[in-house]
Design a protein around this ligand. Structure first.
Ligand SMILES: Cc1cc2nc3c(=O)[nH]c(=O)nc-3n(C[C@H](O)[C@H](O)[C@H](O)COP(=O)(O)OP(=O)(O)OC[C@H]3O[C@@H](n4cnc5c(N)ncnc54)[C@H](O)[C@@H]3O)c2cc1C
Length: 390
């Protein structure tokens, strides 16, 4: 296999010298734990007092990790990725809303995303968060098996209607929908809703994908059970595989409330189940369509090897790779160069609304024990290759 994730020439061909230099210095700042922690506190304070944050955030973090404030704004970035055969997975990244007006607005935004994708050959997928379309407490009650009161029953029905509207529009436009996974204490609600959508819209093609978090010790078993159900009921299973983003929060809640943590005992166990899930999906490629959503080089390489060993072509429509915009370009662009189906999660939305997302990215890219992060090393390597001073 000629694939290498160390080829920085391919990884950063889409960046001009100036953009490369800018990315290098941004990651250098993020590599400093102290700066990130002070910066996060200052930014949160500025947001709370409604002070302007955009003069600093827009040309730096926002430009690096987001497509734009609107779909229209994001067009150039989408085309720049598309030029290298890296597709865009549109992620309307607004979080923490609580009213019906907000939920209807989110639905409208998602429908606009589907319509935009239909007319843009570089956008095969729209990403949705169910918490953007319903109250968290409603999902929590359903998950806990509590009886819904008439008012909540009505909210539940409205949520199902919103989802049907979205999935039907996606099916008509032939656009795929990824539903993100969030906290474990709402997941049964998400699983039931998304399975209902798959049962309706995944008969001919996998339009709807659920997300399976393999940092949970019970989700490999869930993946297999969901596959058996799909087989029995005659629809395609769509899944996005991730390790999972809420580990500390999950462990803390389990400890505070005194129940066993849903998280794997250690990183090796998460890695094991993630790779086992890849292998399971490859073994059932006829009736599972899946996306390996990961920045882990070993897992990405493992999936390429599995495909090669099973004679599955790189362009098989049931296998996708995905990374976040602004991260792990060495994976995305090298995979695309070898002909694999690759997409970037491209968040967009008003700057203030995407701030929680940007703060998570800054925290995720801090260094471990003072080492230079992998991203920073790669930017540096490419600057040296281009003969740029740093
Ligand atoms: C395109 C895309 C979509 C995503 N969608 C979602 C989503 O819908 N829901 C969601 O939750 N996350 C989502 N994520 C985030 C994803 O879960 C994190 O980026 C991911 O966990 C980081 O892991 P990795 O696979 O990149 O590899 P690595 O960097 O190798 O793994 C890090 C991960 O391993 C796990 N881990 C670390 N230490 C331990 C430990 N001690 N014990 C057990 N497990 C451990 C954690 O999940 C941690 O995040 C998405 C990521 C991408 C790229």
């Amino acid at each position: 296999m000629s694939l290498s994730f160390n080829n920085t020439q391919i990884a950063f061909a889409h960046l001009s010298n100036m953009q490369l230099r800018k990315s290098f210095y941004l990651f250098k700042v993020m590599n400093n734990n102290h700066l990130v922690s002070v910066g996060t506190r200052l930014t949160n304070m500025a947001l709370a007092f409604r002070l302007p944050v955009s003069p600093f955030i827009r040309p730096t973090f926002f430009d690096h990790f987001c497509g734009g404030e609107t779909l229209e704004d994001s067009k150039d970035n989408i085309a720049a990725l598309g030029k290298y055969n890296v597709k865009t997975l549109l992620d309307y990244s607004v979080e923490g809303k609580e009213t019906d007006t907000d939920f209807d607005h989110s639905l409208q935004q998602l429908l606009a995303g589907v319509a935009f994708a239909k007319n843009n050959p570089y956008v095969p997928v729209v990403v949705a968060k169910i918490t953007g379309m319903a109250r968290f407490s409603l999902l929590e009650q359903y998950h806990a098996g509590e009886t819904l009161q008439p008012k909540q029953q009505k909210q539940w029905t409205r949520l199902r209607e919103r989802l049907h509207t979205l999935c039907k529009a996606a099916q008509q436009a032939n656009i795929i929908l990824y539903f993100d996974a969030e906290e474990s204490w709402i997941q049964i609600a998400l699983d039931d809703l998304i399975s209902e959508m798959m049962r309706t819209y995944n008969r001919e093609k996998a339009i709807v994908y659920n997300t399976v978090q393999l940092y949970r010790h019970d989700r490999l078993a869930y993946l297999k059970a969901a596959h058996r159900t799909a087989q029995k009921e005659g629809y395609l299973l769509g899944v996005k595989l991730v390790r999972g983003a809420y580990m500390e929060k999950e462990r803390q809640r389990a400890q505070d409330k005194g129940y066993p943590s849903p998280i794997q005992p250690d990183k090796a166990a998460s890695d094991h189940d993630f790779d086992a899930a890849l292998s399971y999906c490859i073994d059932h490629i006829e009736d599972i369509a899946f996306c390996c959503a990961s920045h882990n080089e070993v897992s990405n390489l493992y999936l390429c090897e599995l495909m090669q060993n099973h004679n599955i072509p790189a362009q098989h429509p049931h296998v996708w790779f995905a990374q976040l915009y602004g991260m792990s370009d060495n994976l995305s662009f090298n995979l695309a160069h070898e002909g694999y189906n690759v997409g970037k999660y491209l968040p967009y939305g008003p700057l203030r609304d995407v701030m929680p997302y940007l703060i998570r990215r800054a925290q995720e890219n801090t260094s471990v024990a003072g080492q230079m992060s992998r991203q920073l090393q790669l930017f540096q390597k490419e600057m040296i290759r281009r003969g740029l001073k740093y």
